[in-house]
Design a protein around this ligand. Structure first.
Ligand SMILES: [Zn+2]
Length: 329
């Protein structure tokens, strides 16, 4: 398929239609899986379980087969969920989460009636996976897991599971978004490593990276060298010492700290880009930068009225739109 000659609006409306069909097909597939399971039709096909039939015969990956089986079981319990999956207000992932929670309740001896399950589904409608998990934990009164798990792995990495309070998590996410200029792929482990390295350096007064080439900062150095290749990439290091992020001085004029603070406050610390047609505000907190609405190079002023906050993606898109950078190839 070649979409090179399609217009932007053709692509957007095409994708919208396809997504609708995909949801419809997914929900039809779930009904079929239920029948295959109920009638044990996998036996006829030479498999001893519906899971093997889905993975080996139909070619689903293990996780895709598992998700569809879980979702199908929820559909059996609460058939009304079908209309919500079709309209897109309940995703396959959410169905899996709900089904897993219901199964857990059953396992510990708690009865959840069909009516309660239906109400549960209504409560998680249109929520993110994160919100869904929280609602399920609250509604089903599932006790928080309090243990901390540290598990060594074969490649010398360590798998760490731990609980954070809502405030601790909020703080960590905030630190991560402030670091998003440096750690550009949202990698939480690298953000934690970076914060730890900075703390160590402040305490001990030397960068640990120099002493240990195999450590996480080596990974960060890769990020930085990636950053250096992007001439228009952002440049704040938030007063942190060890990892140098280059500043493209010609392009960036000094904006007084008080002005910056005012612009960030006006923007409520998130991207102010508003889609010109549908009025959708971006709201991202990722790689935030102060942007000149009309660039200085195009005669824009340095007045606060010409300043706004944009995320990295919209900042680069705006630079492209004004012809200040070339499209990537
Ligand atoms: Zn944005």
């Amino acid at each position: 398929m070649n979409l090179k000659n399609a217009t932007d609006s053709e692509i957007l409306s095409g994708l919208e239609k396809l997504t609708k069909s995909e949801r419809k097909i997914t929900h039809l597939i779930l009904w079929h899986i239920l029948e295959v399971e109920g009638r044990k039709l996998f036996l006829q096909a030479g498999y001893n379980s519906v899971y093997k039939y889905l993975t080996r015969h139909l070619g689903y990956s293990e996780s895709a087969a598992y998700d569809r089986m879980q979702a199908a079981r929820l559909l059996r319990q609460v058939p009304t969920v079908a209309t919500k999956t079709e309209s897109g207000t309940i995703t396959l992932t959410q169905m899996v989460k709900v089904q897993q929670s219901l199964y857990h309740e059953k396992k510990v001896g708690n009865t959840v009636t069909k009516e309660e399950a239906r109400e549960l589904i209504e409560k998680v409608e249109s929520k993110t996976t994160f919100e869904t998990e929280k609602i399920l934990a609250c509604e089903l009164n599932q006790a928080p897991k309090t243990y901390q798990k540290i598990k060594p792995q074969q490649d010398d990495s360590v798998r760490l599971e731990l609980n954070l309070t809502a405030q601790q998590y909020e703080d960590l996410k905030k630190a991560q978004s402030l670091l998003s200029h440096i750690i550009t792929d949202n990698n939480l482990a690298e953000a934690i490593a970076y914060l730890a390295q900075n703390f160590i350096q402040k305490k001990e007064g030397r960068p640990k990276a120099a002493a240990d080439k195999e450590s996480a900062p080596a990974e960060l150095a890769k990020h930085n060298s990636r950053e250096e290749k992007k001439s228009d990439s952002s440049t704040q290091s938030f007063g942190l010492m060890p990892l140098k992020v280059p500043v493209s001085k010609e392009k960036r004029k000094y904006i007084a700290a008080s002005v910056r603070r005012a612009v960030y406050a006006k923007a409520k610390n998130c991207c102010e880009y508003i889609h010109p047609q549908n009025g959708q505000r971006c709201g991202s907190k990722y790689q935030l930068q102060v942007d000149h609405i009309r660039p200085l190079a195009k005669g824009g002023s340095e007045d606060i009225s010409n300043l706004r906050i944009l995320c990295g993606v919209h900042n680069r898109a705006e630079a492209l739109r004004w012809g200040l950078t070339k499209p990537p190839h």
